[in-house]
Design a protein around this ligand. Structure first.
Ligand SMILES: [Zn+2]
Ligand SMILES: [Zn+2]
Length: 185
């Protein structure tokens, strides 16, 4: 047994370096083999609809997911508590349609998201000595990364590297899997 623990640093390192694909398929395999782990994973990745914080609701993200609220159960309380609550289950993590960040749907608040409602455009006056034939297309993601101060958002005139001018709730996409699947790995 002791040698298993000796391997832990190396195992942690291997987990850190494994691809998302490898980890996902391993987690699915573990869930199939060990039902108790399935419950744990479910308690982390799924929530009841009524735990979702949304505009106009007063969902309480506290105390719902970390269990530990009572001591009169024999071991499997956090998970079954999630599963047996009245509402139907949904995924706990979603990608925001506005800022494109992943967020926890139980922790969403009126100030969670910051984004620009319009696209960014190059300030061509800053590119007078830029020849697209030799230096590449100006209106590109690469140029935005390299010269963020030379691009501005139409909505507010802020530079590309400045934070969003609109603060709001994260917006979950209606299509349950659409935005999620478009993610590049
Ligand atoms: Zn803006
Ligand atoms: Zn957002």
């Amino acid at each position: 047994m002791a040698e298993n623990f000796n391997n832990l640093p190396l195992l942690n390192e291997a987990i850190d370096e494994s691809s998302e694909e490898v980890l996902a398929s391993m987690l699915k395999e573990i869930c199939q083999k060990y039902p108790s782990i399935t419950e744990f994973v479910q308690s982390r990745l799924l929530v009841c609809e009524d735990e979702v914080a949304r505009p106009g609701t007063s969902a309480t993200p506290t105390s719902v997911h970390e269990g530990g609220n009572s001591s009169n159960d024999e071991g499997e309380d956090t998970t079954s508590a999630t599963a047996s609550r009245s509402g139907k289950l949904k995924k706990r993590y979603a990608r925001c349609e506005n800022c494109e960040e992943e967020f926890d749907v139980t922790g969403n608040t009126v100030t969670s998201c910051s984004y620009h409602p319009s696209e960014s455009e190059p300030n061509y006056e800053e590119f007078l000595d830029h020849d697209e034939d030799c230096h590449g297309i100006i209106d590109s993601d690469e140029m935005r990364e390299d010269y963020p101060e030379k691009f501005y958002f139409v909505c507010c005139d802020r530079r590309y590297n400045e934070k969003g001018c609109v603060i709001d709730w994260h917006l979950e996409t209606d299509n349950d899997s659409g935005v999620w699947k478009r993610r590049k790995f």
